[in-house]
Design a protein around this ligand. Sequence first.
Ligand SMILES: [Zn+2]
Length: 272
Amino acid sequence: MKRRGVYSLRGARNRALCGAVLCLLATLLAACVRTALVEPAGFTGTPRSLPPAPDVPEPYVVALDAGHGGYDTGANALVQELAVCEQTVDALFALLECDPNYAPLRTRPNGEDRSIRERAQTADEGGARLLLSVHANSDESTRQSHGFECFPTPPGRVHSDEAMRFALCLAEKMGAAGHRLRGGNGVRFAYYNGKQKRIVDSTDDKVRTLKSFGIVERPNCPAVLAEQCFLTNYADVEQWTGEAGCARAARVYYEAICAYFGTQPLEDETRL
Ligand SMILES: [Zn+2]
């Protein structure tokens, strides 16, 4: 009993000593870890506690093509087509430029001639993901025709499905803005047989080898040619040309581009 008591006393001392040593080691270890994690004074690198930089998506490059320019004035009716093309592209360019989701580019400077091949090449070299060619229609024979229609890259081409999707966005937004949609839904295909132009509704999705408009055939991206209105019709001219009419059309095109890419359009300041 006595010996056991001596051993017990020694054992208790040893255990206490071991505990103190372990405690000291733990304290030293904790201090080492703290020193390793905390940056030294005067550290100028990236602090480890900051999260990684967020992925900022690249803006979408959208090519805007004024359908006429320079000596090529387009249709001359109640209003000159060239003026409608340039005014609308100017207004749309300004809208897209304000939106960080987009990087607009022009396929030609205002007032200058450029062939379709050159304009398509400008879009390609700029990395365009989408091309919109702005035109206006005319019907000298009856002066009754009116409304909006647009022509995507026709069926059977690399980008035809996406071009059709964009064309439907354009037509839907134009319809919502109160414009009449021609050909049932505002989307049609155009083909040239020699110099003869043939227009079919979008329900006719037969793949043809006949060429469509060069500006929807040539670029390496989905492309749509829009006929904004009829320059031979008073009501169309009043609503969709001039500074206010072109700005209105540009806003519709802008919202259609946002719908196509799935981005939120910026507030319409003209409505505030
Ligand atoms: Zn034209």
